[in-house]
Design a binder for this molecule. Structure first.
Ligand code: SAH
Length: 351
């Protein structure tokens, strides 16, 4: 396949350098950048000479992702996207509408190599990392789709789709800087969440980036025994390393950490687990998000009952830990966690 540079992965000054080294007018870089981030391709850059637009189209890509399929939940209007990458890999995205704005959940890798026992994204392993331009293009495509429907665009981004963002660190940080860039879509880091299974060295790196995104940590267990049994990463970075990194993240960024906790029947959902969790998190600036486990066909784990979840929530709250049960959205459209992509990979129909 012919390989062109994707301008969506670059900052204005890098585009300027590219133009200069290729004998194109450097001063056009800013214009091109701002068009691209409005979701406009070379064709539509109306303040550029026709000839330059043609030259740009020959030499560069203006984003390489396309919307392959869209599903809309009749329950709550949540939209699920399957995006096709240029090499025909598929990744998922979900747009959730709330009263305060629209949150887009994007993927950071095709597949994942973290091996969590409850997760569909990891079943086929990691296929490849997404580039910064690919992640940004998903935001731009959805923004444009919203604008066409005369709706508000993406106001919040969560990197919580397939993949482990901190396992694709450089591209993800570049994406964060591009998507929050003042001359681009300019989504504040405060409106961005990044969810990790707990790669401790990268959590320390991230707090040095001056990018105060909300860190969400997939905890799912109150102790190492349980956590290691469902999350292989815990053997490498156990709780006694992960939790201090989280504390430091909150201190450095002044951002509250969100702990995700999928409620799995017979494993982590008892009141004794709630008590152990509360003592592990005592004194931290944090919030616990209880997630009813989404059943994955290939996995044998079962979701905890609503009664168990409510009792767990009450125990945590009684013990002074801020917690809520995550509202499950788009359940009728395979809203969760790599399920849609898997159905496609298996050749089943997605509708
Ligand atoms: N790799 C990152 C982000 C992707 S997963 C991470 O681990 O955080 C996004 C969230 O969905 C994580 O909290 C993950 O643990 C959770 N998740 C995965 N499969 C799930 C399932 N079947 N039910 C409920 N939550 C699930």
């Amino acid at each position: 396949m012919e390989h062109k540079t994707d301008l969506l992965s670059l900052f204005p000054e890098e585009i300027a350098e590219q133009f200069m080294s290729e004998g194109l007018p450097r001063f056009r870089a800013k214009q091109v950048y701002s068009w691209l981030h409005k979701g406009v391709g070379f064709d539509g850059m109306s303040n550029l000479p026709q000839k330059l637009r043609q030259e740009l189209a020959q030499r560069y890509d203006a984003g390489t992702v396309s919307v392959f399929k869209t599903f809309t939940s009749v329950q709550d209007g949540t939209q699920k996207y399957l995006f096709a990458l240029a090499d025909e890999n598929l990744v998922e995205g979900v747009l959730m509408r709330y009263h305060y704005g629209n949150t887009l959940c994007i993927s950071s890798q095709a597949g994942c190599r973290m091996g969590c026992a409850f997760c569909a994204s990891t079943i086929g392993g990691r296929v490849r990392d997404l580039t910064a331009g690919e992640m940004l293009h998903m935001v731009l495509l959805i923004n444009r789709a919203c604008a066409q429907g005369e709706q508000r665009g993406v106001t919040n981004v969560v990197i919580m789709g397939s993949g482990e963002p901190l396992d694709n660190y450089d591209n993800v940080v570049r994406f964060l800087r591009l998507v929050s860039h003042p001359e681009g879509v300019c989504i504040s880091p405060r409106n961005i969440s990044l969810s990790t299974c707990g790669l401790v060295p990268q959590i320390y790196r991230l707090m040095d980036e001056n990018l105060p995104v909300t860190l969400a940590v997939s905890l799912h267990a109150p102790n190492n025994d349980i956590r290691s049994s469902i999350m292989p990463i815990n053997r490498q970075y156990p709780l006694q390393e992960l939790l201090p990194a989280c504390v430091e993240y909150t201190q450095r960024t002044k951002r509250r950490i969100v702990f995700e906790y999928a409620m799995i029947d017979g494993l982590n959902s008892g009141l004794e687990h709630a008590a152990a969790l509360a003592s592990a998190l005592r004194g931290m600036m944090c919030h616990v998000n209880l997630i009813p486990l989404n059943r994955v066909d290939e996995r044998s784990l079962r979701p905890a009952s609503r009664t168990q979840i409510d009792a767990f929530l009450k125990k945590l709250t009684d013990l002074g830990i801020s917690a809520t049960v995550r509202r499950s959205m788009g359940g009728d459209i395979q809203g969760a966690c790599g399920q849609l992509r898997r159905r496609y990979l298996e050749g089943k129909s997605g509708d």
